[in-house]
Ligand binder design. Structure first.
Ligand SMILES: [Zn+2]
Length: 82
């Protein structure tokens, strides 16, 4: 079961609670307040960030590679001209 981060503004409870994806914690395990809120974990945003960085890197390598291709085809062309 995945862990979800919850925080309760009533008692400053903050912790990870394991439950099924479809389920939702309705009451704070510390003070039974209904104000308990699910916190979007840093883990998820970090994963998204690394994905963005990865795709950016891929684009940069792609540009580098296509520049190389362009250079080599240009050289070929020049050779043919001579
Ligand atoms: Zn609480």
């Amino acid at each position: 079961m995945p862990f979800y981060k919850y925080m309760c503004p009533d008692c400053d409870y903050e912790g990870k609670i394991s439950h099924k994806m479809r389920e939702k914690i309705k009451y704070c395990p510390n003070c039974n307040s209904e104000d308990i809120k699910k916190v979007i974990g840093n883990f998820v945003s970090k994963m998204a960030d690394s994905k963005i960085v990865k795709s950016k890197l891929n684009v940069e390598t792609f540009i580098k590679n296509s520049k190389k291709d362009l250079d080599s085809s240009k050289q070929d062309f020049e050779k043919r001209e001579l």
